[in-house]
Design a protein around this ligand. Structure first.
Ligand SMILES: C[S@@+](CC[C@H](N)C(=O)[O-])C[C@H]1O[C@@H](n2cnc3c(N)ncnc32)[C@H](O)[C@@H]1O
Length: 331
């Protein structure tokens, strides 16, 4: 497995030491949390051990904490079950120069004939190359570990030029997002990609393709875990949850609640974002077990896509659920 591990340390206190160079997410991701960073910062524990994001997506909170110097040399575990997403993180970490070279070539080709280039890359190069990676099988290496810099460059290109930055697969597993409507999209931000690579290559940072449940095997008292799962839909058409085949079911939401409760009882600092759908209210706000574990649901407002096609935006209420008391600003 392409991961880096380090020894555990006692919890460190969070200082305001100047951070490393600022780094932004290199992918646009449905449900990305850049809009919510100031609210999330209110739940940052004063002291914590390891930091973990089990639903990484574009990693908005990880890159924010890294840029603000909050993570220091702590152990960091970044996980997602989307093999393409984790494959592109690993390729950027391990071979950023080749990713940038490929991406510059794609960017040049895109300037000439945007639409032709998009569909040629998607259908004649990206999908065939993805199919050649063997299927996931626990007895062999994971698909993400066989991702190549060329595939990562194509994913970044399609992500920056495709419709709303979506990642969607058809029933045979092919990436089928149509082109987006952008004038002059920024496709290759080489200096940010290099900054991403160095943030991910720091000793102690692990990136891995995994399901969220695996955090229970190693999380320790004092660790800080931020869970940002696909949101429970507030109506039949309100939410996009198909980042990976199978989506995220009501049973997944229930299992996640059990894990969050177990970690809170263990003494971990947990923070979870989700919609205000009735099933989430029932699992946390109205649930005696969750409340006894110290979890409280705080309503916050954020600007989000408010229709299923992501074409209209508006203010939407959502929950931040945590056993950490938020700092006082603007609750
Ligand atoms: C809302 S997005 C996370 C967005 C992220 N916080 C950001 O700022 O971009 C949810 C992520 O959960 C991942 N996911 C869905 N089911 C999962 C599972 N069972 N285990 C781990 N990750 C999963 C999806 O691939 C997706 O990237």
């Amino acid at each position: 497995m392409r991961t880096v591990t380090t020894q555990r340390r006692a919890p460190l206190s969070v200082s305001d030491a100047p951070g490393p160079e600022p780094v932004r997410p290199f992918l646009k991701w449905a449900g990305g949390k850049r809009q919510l960073l100031s609210q999330l910062a209110r739940f940052q524990p004063a002291k914590f051990g390891a930091y973990c994001e089990p639903f990484l997506g574009s990693g908005a909170l990880f890159f924010d904490l890294h840029s603000r110097g909050v993570l220091g040399d702590r152990r960091v575990v970044l996980m997602d079950n989307n093999a393409d997403l984790i494959g592109s993180f690993l390729s950027v970490r391990d071979d950023v120069s080749r990713v940038i070279r490929s991406l510059k070539r794609l960017s040049d080709a895109h300037q000439l004939e945007p639409s032709v280039c998009y569909y040629r890359v998607r259908d004649q190069r990206f999908n065939p190359a993805r199919r050649r990676l063997a299927p996931n099988d626990e007895s062999t290496t994971r698909r993400s570990e066989r991702y190549t810099p060329a595939l990562a460059a194509m994913l970044i290109y399609l992500n920056h030029t495709g419709f709303n930055g979506l990642f969607r697969l058809n029933s045979s597993g092919g990436f089928n997002v149509p082109e987006g409507r952008y004038v002059n999209p920024r496709i290759c931000d080489a200096s940010n990609l290099r900054a991403v690579a160095s943030a991910l290559a720091r000793p102690g940072v692990e990136v891995r393709e995994d399901r969220f449940e695996s955090v229970c095997e190693w999380a320790r008292p004092g660790d800080f875990l931020y869970f940002d799962p696909p949101y429970a839909p507030t109506s039949a058409t309100s939410s996009f949850t198909a980042y990976t085949p199978g989506g995220f079911s009501v049973d997944d939401q229930r299992r996640l609640q059990q894990i969050v409760v177990e970690l809170a009882r263990r003494g971990c600092h947990v923070l979870l974002s989700n919609s205000t759908a009735p099933e989430i209210t029932a699992l946390y706000t109205d649930n005696v077990v969750a409340r006894a574990a110290g979890l409280r649901a705080h309503r916050v407002t954020s600007r989000r896509a408010i229709n299923s096609r992501g074409t209209a935006r508006g203010l939407v209420d959502e929950y931040l659920i945590s056993n950490i008391s938020p700092s006082s600003s603007a609750e």
